[in-house]
Write a protein that binds this ligand. Structure first.
Ligand SMILES: Cc1cc2nc3c(=O)[nH]c(=O)nc-3n(C[C@H](O)[C@H](O)[C@H](O)COP(=O)(O)OP(=O)(O)OC[C@H]3O[C@@H](n4cnc5c(N)ncnc54)[C@H](O)[C@@H]3O)c2cc1C
Length: 484
């Protein structure tokens, strides 16, 4: 069941909020709400009725209980870097932003785990652990902004999750406030060993896109940092050659820590922004990072270099220092930020294809770019077959918006047709709801809905996301036109 629309919040609701939240933790002015009208998927927008900024689990419980009493929908929010519209307040409601709950509560070096609040920024965890040679592995490119709560809700990946696994592999347990206000802990508890009492529901809730409750604290796994790195930059004439090298590196039994690709257009934008010294005429760049025990890494690096050369790499450079390696990763991880040099807006797609089909999907993206007359640079997790075409458009031109949506949908359709998926890590949100019925049977979808109802029987927690047929923002014309 989906909650009934909440036109506007009553004065009684706001007065009740003021009893347990300080004034600066309640945002209600239209100018303040504007900040929350979308996440990093900017194509659909709608302001919430209210934003609250709790500082404790108890405050989250009070807000959620109040919403339950008044039948008001609410949306848990972290840093707002989501790329699929998972934060869109389709029919208004209250955004519960946990960004003030951002403390690292404890780093347990002996047991290699850290207890953090949900609004803790991803990169801060590694910063707190690295003095003792430990790190938190999932490293989304947004890691200097995104939060652990948001990572849990989207089961985030990142360049290094090729080798180390995604968020679900590194979350031992977490505290969540259910939509009726009950506080539950899923998975391993902070004061226990790794065993879990009763059903282990953490895997069911990781990746639930904020639709099961508000995560307030998390116990995350820390792992030993690699002893040594070999970070290489392969310079190729074409995306085809670079893609073939990706397949052959994996087929050779080598699992790099990261295997990332940038095409020519994005390389040019990144070079203009960060000045690494990338060759502007290269068709594609491959970043291959090997890590682990120092012994044997040289031999693996030689094999990677040989595979790149066999696939016509013009050059393979090895990072000569930690500084050069850090700069290379800065360029890769901030690539989306460089897009501002090319276009006022971009739509990030997140399809997955079998790795061996990378050349085919990249050719299809090029053809799609020509068909819709929009530029589409690519920077992506090649080792995972997880593509990120960035469809460039200008939101002031409705026809460009329509074409951007249509181009993105054409690419995702192709991914499904090729045996892949419409999301590798960014989630479904509002953007890809219609694709769910193409990827899953109606029985699968019903099973997912039933699971969701266990956590949120009234459908008030982040409503109108993920499931096909959900309501959309009434004024969203581009998608209607695109599918017409
Ligand atoms: C430049 C850029 C690069 C990116 N690179 C990557 C990448 O490499 N890999 C990757 O996986 N993603 C990437 N992303 C997407 C995004 O950063 C991740 O999905 C991230 O996990 C979102 O975290 P957040 O704190 O911003 O969450 P938000 O955007 O605030 O929320 C995302 C979802 O999580 C839910 N949520 C947030 N906090 C909570 C909570 N406390 N409890 C319950 N639900 C919650 C929300 O309701 C929403 O459904 C990138 C985004 C950008 C802008």
């Amino acid at each position: 069941m989906i909650a009934t629309p909440q036109a506007a919040l009553t004065p009684e609701f706001i007065a009740a909020l003021r009893e347990f939240l300080p004034a600066d933790a309640i945002l209600s002015h239209p100018d303040e709400l504007l900040v929350y009208e979308c996440d990093a998927y900017t194509i659909e927008k709608r302001s919430p009725d209210l934003v609250v900024l709790p500082s404790t689990t108890a405050e989250v419980v009070s807000v959620v209980e109040l919403c339950a009493r008044h039948q008001v929908p609410f949306i848990p929010r972290g840093a707002g870097t989501n790329l699929s519209g998972a934060l869109l307040p389709v029919e208004g409601g209250v955004i519960i932003a946990v960004t003030r709950m951002n403390r690292i509560l404890n780093v347990d070096f002996a047991n290699r785990r850290a207890l953090v609040e949900a609004g803790c920024v991803n990169a801060w965890v590694t910063t707190a652990a690295k003095s003792r040679g430990l790190f938190y592995a999932p490293d989304p490119s947004s890691q200097t902004a995104c939060t652990i709560g948001g990572n849990i809700a989207t089961n985030s990946g990142g360049p290094h999750t090729l080798k180390y696994g995604v968020t679900t592999n590194h979350i031992l347990g977490f505290e969540m406030v259910l939509p009726d206000g009950e506080v539950v802990w899923l998975g391993t508890k902070p004061d226990q060993g790794e065993d879990v009492e009763g059903y282990d529901l953490r895997g069911a809730a990781v990746g639930s896109e904020g639709m099961f409750g508000v995560v307030t604290r998390a116990l995350v796994r820390l792992i030993r940092a690699p002893e040594s790195f070999k970070t290489m930059l392969g310079v190729f004439e074409s995306v085809d050659d670079a893609s073939q090298a990706v397949s052959e590196i994996i087929a050779a039994g080598i699992i790099p820590g990261a295997l990332e690709m940038m095409d020519q257009l994005i390389t040019q934008a990144v070079e203009a922004a960060y000045h690494f010294g990338f060759p502007l005429d290269a068709g594609a760049l491959l970043i291959v990072e090997l890590d682990g025990a120092a012994a044997g890494l040289d031999r693996q690096a030689d094999r990677v270099i040989a595979i790149c050369r066999k696939n016509l790499a013009r050059d393979v450079r090895l990072a000569r220092s930690d500084e050069e390696r850090a700069l290379l990763w800065k360029c890769r991880k901030r690539a989306f930020g460089a897009i501002g040099r090319l276009s006022p807006n971009y739509l990030t797609q997140d399809g997955v294809v079998p790795r061996s089909k990378l050349p085919e999907i990249m050719r299809f993206i090029k053809a799609t770019s020509e068909r819709f007359q929009l530029r589409i640079p690519n920077v992506f997790h090649a080792g995972d077959g997880n593509i990120h075409p960035l469809v460039l458009y200008d939101e002031r031109d409705p026809d460009q918006v329509r074409r951007a949506v249509a181009a993105g949908e054409a690419i995702l359709e192709k991914c499904v047709e090729m045996g892949g998926s419409v999301t590798g890590e960014h989630g479904i949100g509002v953007e890809k709801m219609d694709f769910m019925a193409r990827q899953f049977s109606s029985a699968d979808l019903e099973a997912m809905r039933m699971l969701r109802r266990v956590f949120d029987p009234q459908g008030r927690c982040n409503p109108h996301k993920m499931f096909p047929g959900s309501k959309r923002c009434g004024d969203f014309a581009p998608r209607k036109q695109a599918s017409a």
